[in-house]
Design a protein around this ligand. Sequence first.
Ligand SMILES: NC(=O)c1ccc[n+]([C@@H]2O[C@H](COP(=O)([O-])OP(=O)(O)OC[C@H]3O[C@@H](n4cnc5c(N)ncnc54)[C@H](OP(=O)(O)O)[C@@H]3O)[C@@H](O)[C@H]2O)c1
Length: 327
Amino acid sequence: MPSVLLVGATGLLGPSISRHLKETHPDWPLTVYFRNPEADNYFNTVVKADKIVHGTFEDATKLGDLAAEHEVVINSGSSFDPNVSRAIIDGMKRRKGIEKGTLIHISGGGNFIDGRTDGKFNPTSKVWNDMNEDDIRQINPSMLNGGADRVILDAGNEGSIKTYIVCEALTYGSAPSPFSSLGIGYKLLTGNAISLGYTPYVGDGSAVLSTIHVNDALTFIYKIIDLAVAQKEVTGSAESRWYNIYGERVSWKDLATVLAKTLHSKGVLPDAEPRSVPLEQAGEGEIPKLIAANMLMKGDRAEKLGFKARERSILEHIPEDLASYQF
Ligand SMILES: NC(=O)c1ccc[n+]([C@@H]2O[C@H](COP(=O)([O-])OP(=O)(O)OC[C@H]3O[C@@H](n4cnc5c(N)ncnc54)[C@H](OP(=O)(O)O)[C@@H]3O)[C@@H](O)[C@H]2O)c1
């Protein structure tokens, strides 16, 4: 029975993954790693995790030592920081046992933005397809999640551990959990609008964003966990175990229109309409680059494994997803 370590247990995905694991594989010893001690009760009484360890992503030694004790590590918490992935992999390589350790990592479609800065749809932009290993080989540290992805792909190709990467589009919807995490996608978009005082889109806002509902993402992640545990040995490159999942592409203007209306109706923003702005007025850090660009991903490999998006559009979901959230 594989022992499993879940990193990022209190986020949008983590509570569902942990519950699912204990419901479907009660005999797999599950360790959950998180920093909020108030979450203990939930993981003890609802999830019935076998072990709770408190720690942060910055605590590389603790994370590495823990990874060394488990056969499977699922990282559903940190896709941006390569140091977290390095710590996990260093630990996994130290693991004693006959079988190779298995790392299942959740990455993000932010890697695949096309670099446009004018907010326009570009029909000739590259579409990044998981079935094309050459596309995945191009993933590099200049991409939003590329630093961590590169470390993992290299470790998978080196062959000392088995790696599986599920790369999800911007994720919406809510998953049952007492921690009310909106997920990093919504956190970035709503936080940006609130700090600007308006909901921006760039130029005509025709550039498109790939999105996925959390239920669709979770269904596929569960499939990958089972597949990864069943595959005692892997053949082929680490790139061949990369899966893109998305449900729908929406224009940034349409997204901003619903978001502005929703945030206004909650009394968070003065205007119910979004604002067309140049790149420089679309926010701080990496966010304007995302809003001004097209994110075109395709998941032929994931579809071949049965991935199918079933949930309604993010444009219908935003009001209900944000309804009970206190900003
Ligand atoms: N949501 C999306 O749109 C989306 C799209 C593509 C990829 N992803 C990636 O998928 C993964 C899961 O996303 P998510 O939306 O579920 O994330 P999330 O809701 O923001 O959850 C992040 C998790 O990581 C924990 N965490 C954050 N910083 C930490 C630190 N310094 N030390 C210890 N724990 C820390 C959080 O703990 P606390 O509860 O204590 O804050 C939480 O458990 C992430 O890697 C994300 O980048 C997300």
